[in-house]
Design a protein. Sequence first.
Length: 89
Amino acid sequence: MAKTKLLGKDKERQLAEQKKVAKKKNRKKFSLIGFFKGVWSEVKKVTWPSRKDLFKTTFAVIIFIVVFTVIVGLIDYGMGTIFSNFLQS
């Protein structure tokens, strides 16, 4: 049998149909069970910190928060004092 060559609009139509078929094949349906299976497989890949590392990093974060709070508090107190003195004059 001889191959027929598609021209113009026929070729465009065939390409559009092929794209639609490819999209349908590649499209995955959402399922709740599949979602949780995927989540569980990713959780298994995680490298969890040791108890010692966890406490060290938690302690570092708490110290940072305390220091940052003191700095912001001092700036707030200083700016408040400056503005109150400025407004009273």
